[in-house]
Design a protein around this ligand. Structure first.
Ligand SMILES: NC(=O)CC[C@H](N)C(=O)O
Length: 375
């Protein structure tokens, strides 16, 4: 017999299903992701900290889990909500089923619910707090109370929670085509990468550009980083409210003043906006998927991109020395900008994909080019 589970949303909605992960309880902000593949990368992306992710694709777990497709060292999402987990996982790289993987990481997950109905609620009302209970005795009233007690992500600084405890060098090198061995490209640039919840594929793509990468904790002061004499500084993606990361905003102001080449992704993009005096806002249900069209305003190209954000920089608040480079074709929201008087630029989506298409991977070439020009 399957173990019962239920999901309650703060608006009073309750969904009954069965447990496919650990038993127990979890609360967080419920967000929907429309990617058809990449559940393991999604689960291990630190940007999903304190979020319960529902996947709109109905069959999740088909290809099992493996040791390679992780974006950080553990599962970061607070919970998983799916329609159906197939009974058999099939892939030559699979070493474990998704339910076993979730149980091993203590992640509470629910299956067997109508994820289309759930997603329509989230689209109509915006992201909502939720609670999953999984176990022999699950009480809807208790779950509703826990969902309503979740404080919400506004004002929540999670970058300093998920960041690395200590500075380290990224030495993994670059995957060869066989996907099992690595090679080490010649190192051309010294880059310091701020870990606000960094995804591994970002570090891999920086390494592919010939970057010698030192990863530093989120609260590392700018003076310490400048003393390392980097050719460029990278600001990573990460969870929570960017406006709460005052230490990162202060450090970024210093890097902008120092005119050091700067590249920001997602939370890093939002922090760069805040450092320039712009404002961020909470979106209704955000962007979470692997098929979001974005327009490159320089050449008119449309790129299909990977996205995962719930906050955004308000373009109306950007200063005059900013040039908007990318816009979302879903809702017109700001996707990227560059400074006109500094070697700095950033992107709201995920050019590193993982999961997702690689259309916008050229931004990593642009960072290398900026560092080359700044020499
Ligand atoms: N992927 C990210 O870096 C997300 C940034 C931020 N936490 C947001 O939700 O908008």
């Amino acid at each position: 017999m399957p173990i019962p589970a239920l999901l309650a949303l703060e608006d009073g909605s309750v969904f009954h299903g069965h447990a496919v992960g650990a038993t127990g309880e979890t609360t967080g902000e419920v967000v929907f992701n429309t990617a058809m593949t990449g559940y393991q990368e999604i689960l291990t992306d630190p940007s999903y900290s304190r979020q319960l992710v529902t996947l709109t694709y109905p069959h999740i777990g088909n290809t099992g889990c493996n040791a390679e497709d992780v974006e950080s060292e553990t599962v970061q999402a607070a919970g998983l909500i799916v329609r159906d987990v197939p009974r058999r996982a099939s892939n030559w790289r699979s070493s474990e089923s998704l339910p076993d993987y979730l149980k091993r990481h203590g992640i509470v997950a629910i299956a067997g619910i109508d994820t289309r109905r759930l997603t329509r609620i989230l689209r109509d009302k915006g992201a909502l707090a939720g609670c999953i209970l999984a176990g022999e005795q699950v009480d809807a009233e208790a779950a509703l109370a826990k969902a309503r007690a979740f404080p919400g992500l506004n004002g929540m600084d999670l970058a300093k929670v998920v960041t690395t405890a200590r500075t380290y060098a990224w030495n993994e090198g670059v995957y060869n085509l066989d996907k099992t061995t690595f090679s080490q490209p010649a190192r051309r640039f010294k880059v310091v990468a701020y870990d606000f919840g960094v995804k591994r594929n970002i570090l891999r793509l920086l390494a592919e550009q010939g970057c010698d990468i030192t990863v530093v904790p989120a609260q590392t002061p700018a003076t310490e980083v400048l003393a390392m004499k980097p050719d460029g500084v990278f600001l990573s993606n990460g969870p929570g409210d960017p406006a709460a990361c005052d230490y990162a905003i202060a450090a970024t102001k210093t890097f902008l003043e120092a005119k050091i080449p700067l590249f920001g992704i997602c939370l890093g993009h939002q922090i760069m906006g805040l450092a320039l005096g712009a404002k961020t806002l909470k979106m209704k249900f955000g962007h979470h998927g692997a098929n979001h069209p974005v327009k490159d305003l320089d050449d008119g190209r449309v790129l299909i991109t990977s996205q995962n954000h719930g906050f955004a920089v308000d373009p109306a608040t950007l200063p005059a020395n900013v040039r908007v480079t990318h816009n979302s074709l879903f809702d017109g929201s700001l996707q990227g900008f560059a400074l006109t008087d500094r070697p700095a630029f950033c992107f709201q989506g995920h050019p590193e994909a993982s999961p997702g298409p690689h259309d916008i991977g050229y931004l990593f070439d642009r960072f290398a080019q900026l560092m080359q020009e700044a020499r």
